[in-house]
Design a protein around this ligand. Sequence first.
Ligand code: GAP
Length: 513
Amino acid sequence: MAQEDVFKKLVSHCKEYGFVFPSSDIYDGLGAVYDYGQNGVELKNNIKKYWWESMVLLHENIVGIDSAIFMHPTIWKASGHVDAFNDPLIDNKDSKKRYRADVLIEDQIAKYDEKISKEVEKARKRFGEAFDEEQFVTTNARVIEHKAKRDALHERYKKAMNDNDLTELRNIIIDEGIVCPISGTKNWTDVRQFNLMFSTEMGSMSDGAMKVYLRPETAQGIFVNFLNVQKTGRMKIPFGIAQIGKAFRNEIVARQFIFRMREFEQMEMQFFVRPGEELEWFNRWKEYRLRWHKALGFGDDHYRFHDHEKLAHYANAATDIEFLMPFGFKEVEGIHSRTNFDLSQHEKFSGKNIKYFDPELNESYTPYVIETSIGVDRMFLSVMSAAYCEEKLDNGETRVVLRLPEAIAPVKVAVLPLLKKDGLPEKAQQVIDLLKFDYNCQYDEKDSIGKRYRRHDAIGTPYCVTVDHQTLQDDTVTLRHRDTMAQERVPIASLESIVADKVSIKSLLKKLV
Ligand code: GAP
């Protein structure tokens, strides 16, 4: 199945099975804003729990905070967001549609990449076993031509972005003959900068209302609390502050479902270190964060680092962890060495001393910062897309199964009475009462047992427990495993010990130490 179709199916699966709904659905939705349903919220909470515990439980020198969404507006001046948190936008005069100029150009680069891939795939089919890809891409005239055009475009684009040259971005769009997908014309406006922050007003007009922003990242809430936490927690460098919370960006091109949203959630951790030690810590955090992702077991080939070519002026190293989504490798997490830029800026704008006195060195300095920043929603999407599977069964039927890591599955155990009578529902309820303090369990008595198994496969429930007449006699049940569909007869008394280890977040955390 084409990856595009897989993605469409995933989006409708998310809605059909209570994972993600468009926001304000009965009013036809609101662009790039989504709600999480009954299963989605459980999965999302489990992802957050896995992240939080991997940071705050496993590291004695990391603590958490929960800062407010509204912050003093000067914070966003100090951080550079008021002046520079922009995307270059361009309008098509015929369709009146607005685009990100950089995205139009990146899509054009991707088109050259696609052309190259198509040539390679055609040749692979033609030559079979004997195909030597490296030789082909370096000698085939068509591939060489596409690659030369692609590389030239990439260079030109990179320079325009580095120089912040909006006229050149427009020239590239014109020279490449890029057309509006709606009108099909090249009737473009100039490229302008567009600030991504949402703003609102705080206080009544008679008070003199103050313009405040909805935070576009959670990180600044950590920076401005650096001293509060360091002093009250008696934290010694190196140490980290972690936070999970909502962020808001007025994205011009909001697409690919929950990949790019206007309201989303971030899990960010700022790790404060001595100046000069930041690159060593950067590499350590890179390695740790990749391990965190890989522990989910989707396969190491689903991840890659993408080191930034263009560094922000305050960063001295930056990389993304990319995940293989149905629409290609995409950023899920950013790891940045942000020097002492943010703390210094807040020191300057607030007029407060934000230095740290290092008792071992007997000197004060502004700490350097390594940031790990991951989007909860993007992580959710990566997990769903890797877990979604349509499987052909021996009997010719197809089942949809979410092969979620057991520890983050929304429902851990489904308890199913075989029939709605003969005391089986009551017995099933007793099983739930035994397990419900530790795991999210679901009681389900509607439809045939086969249909109920399918329903739970589709939401990724790792275990189904069936209560039948034999259960009433010997207190045993049928335990069905989601992935293998294997069934075994087990005593109710041993259910907890069978399930316990596998479904707890601890099973993932243990892989990290
Ligand atoms: N404090 C650093 C920071 O915010 P970023 O690369 O802009 O860095 C970090 O964002 C992560 O937040 C991204 O890797 C992505 O997972 C998530 N993210 C950013 N913008 C998003 C959006 N519009 N929708 C969903 N997730 C987003």
